[in-house]
Every structure is written in C-alpha cells, then in structure tokens.
Design a protein around this ligand. Structure first.
Ligand SMILES: [Zn+2]
Length: 340
C-alpha cells in the first residue's frame, strides 16, 4: 500500500512523492455538485529539500496564556483524547505567526470547535501535518475542510502524513477516501475551490528529513514507534522558532532525541503514567522516557499533552519523574493554551 520511493538514499537530499487529490473549477456554492471524472492519483511529483536543523533560538519558558498574536505562538487545540470523558479535544496543535494561523499539526475529534474558538481559519494555513491516522488525530479534518468552503482560498493546501501498511491507508489514500470525487465518503466536498494536495512521507528507520520548506517555514519529520501504526514526529521551524511534536510513540527508536535537538518547545504526549505496562506501554512513552528524551535533546521547554484519563491525576508523579532527568521547565497543557 505504501507508495514507491525508489530514488531515496540514506544520505541523499529528500525525495518524496505526492499526488494531487482534488483539482477542479472554483466552487460557486456549498451544495453538492455533479461529479466530474476522477482526477485523483495523477503522476507523482517529487520535491527536493535538504536537512537543516542548525538554527539558533531564543530561550523561553512554556507559560500557558491566551495568544497575543505577536510573534510565533503554539496553541494547543486538543490536549486530550481519545476518551471523551476527559472533556478535552483530541490531539491538535496550531502554530500562529503574528496572528496568522500558519501550521496545523493533527486534527483530532473536538479540535475543529477549538480551532473556531481560537478564531482561526483554514484559508491562511500553509500546510497540515499528520503524525498518524488514528482517529484521535484526524477525525475533525473533514470538518475543517467543510468550514473552508465559507472562506476564500486560492492556493493549494498541502497535507502531509505517513505512509500506510496493511492496517492503515497512506495519507494520500486517506484524503482520497474522504474527498475523492467518485468514491470519497464526502465526495460532495471534492471541490473546495482549491487543490487539496496529499503527500505520503516515506522515511528510512533513522532518517530525519526536511519535508516541507517555504520561506521562513520548514517542517522536518522522522519515524517514531507507535505499535504497528505508521507514525511520524514533526519539527516545525518558523521565523527562528522551533517546535517539535512527538506524536504518539513509545519513544524507543532514538529518533526523537535527534529531531528535537535544541528545540524551543517539545510537545510530548503524556498518555500513560509511570509504570504502565502491556499494550499501553508498547504504544506510549512513560514520563521517565519523555524526560530522558527532553534532557538528551536539550530542549528549552517541555509541554505535556494528549493527557488521557489514565495519566490525568498523576501530574505530581509525572513531573517528578521528568524533572529527575530534565532540568528545563515542564508544563501540562490544556485546550486553547498558548505557548511562546
Ligand atoms: Zn493518540
């Protein structure tokens, strides 16, 4: 199911391929339109980029507060999930620059409502990056696309995510499964008036690669282990600030330490308490592992998110385990918190 990537070499510049998922004439209304012949899966386009993680950053403590809309800010749209009883939206993060929403990482259930509460819009976004395609990281994606019908956007919207396997679609397949004009579940939304361009990010085991670069914005990715789920961690660099998202992972492959090196903010998923065993531990990082990675990478500040029922209430113990091996500031995130 994964797309071929025969030209990629371990130390070569990035080569990855994407497919244009939806091309069409500008919409004139949001009502269903007659289907046009499928134009999905056009010939893959390959882009080149280079690794560049050497950036200098200003030190800052992760103090949650309302967004000021000045400079680069991280807003947590979803700090919980997937359990609804946590009364938090599922994973989603928005990066603002001077009041403009630039980057969205994940769009779990409930996060579209928080996106609206944050007064954000889809039209200004440069790109959307998925860590993986579990529902608590993707469910509100079609909700955002529908909302964009009521905005003005002309330029393509790139969407990046992992490759697939026998149990998960590729990101390209996932987007087509939703919006393909013949077969998509939401085929009536196949033409939002702009191109929705999906990309499958295929990386080698310990590769860290710049996947997207445009002006002062760059996004690098590496593979992380999340059971059998194809999963990525992302590093977003914008105007001299670096923010790293662990996504869901057990933290065991050593890649996060490299991706997060000297980052201004490291958003780590605190889905389990210390001592968790079995499948939960196979999928997620305990606090001691989060602390080890944060310390090894010398991140300037740590934000803990994806707070599940089993980790909520363990904050004191979690903080103690982390600060035993990481000396920087640690903050537990709540929905709509803003960090800078
Ligand atoms: Zn998750």
């Amino acid at each position: 199911m994964a797309p071929s990537d025969p030209t990629s070499k371990p130390s070569a510049p990035i080569v990855f391929c994407h497919y244009i998922v939806s091309i069409g004439a500008r919409r004139t209304s949001s009502v269903p339109t007659p289907m046009s012949p499928s134009r999905t899966r056009l010939a893959p386009l390959c882009l080149l980029s280079v690794i560049s993680l050497n950036t200098t950053f200003a030190r800052s403590a992760p103090v949650p507060a309302p967004c000021t809309h000045k400079g680069v800010e991280l807003q947590v749209l979803g700090s919980g999930g997937p359990e609804l009883e946590d009364q938090r939206a599922s994973s989603s993060y928005l990066i603002w620059q001077d009041g403009r929403p630039r980057v969205l990482v994940d769009s779990g259930g409930g996060s579209a409502l928080q996106f609206g509460r944050a007064s954000a819009h889809v039209a200004p976004l440069d790109a959307i990056f998925f860590t993986h395609l579990h529902i608590d990281h993707t469910a509100d994606f079609p909700t955002l696309i529908k909302s964009s019908y009521f905005e003005e956007r002309d330029r393509p919207l790139p969407v990046y995510g992992p490759i697939g396997n026998d149990f998960f679609p590729t990101t390209t397949e996932y987007v087509a499964d939703l919006f393909d004009d013949k077969h998509g579940a939401y085929r009536y939304l196949s033409n939002p008036g702009y191109q929705l361009v999906a990309h499958d990010v295929d990386l080698k085991e310990h590769e860290v690669r710049v996947i997207y670069k445009s002006g002062d914005l760059a996004a690098s990715a590496t593979k992380v282990i999340h059971g059998g789920v194809p999963a990525l961690a992302w590093r977003i660099e914008l105007s001299g600030k670096s923010i790293v998202f662990s996504g869901d992972t057990n933290g065991n492959n050593g890649n996060l330490e490299i991706l997060a090196k000297d980052a201004d903010l490291f958003v780590a998923h605190n889905a389990i308490p210390e001592g968790e065993t079995g499948a939960a531990r196979e999928l997620h990082m305990p606090p001691s592992v989060i602390g080890r990675i944060a310390g090894t990478a010398h991140v300037k500040a740590l934000v803990l998110s994806h707070r599940m029922l089993r980790s909520l209430g363990h904050e004191d113990e979690t903080r103690a385990k982390i600060t035993a091996v990481y000396s920087g500031p640690v903050t537990f995130a709540n929905d709509l918190d803003c960090f800078r």
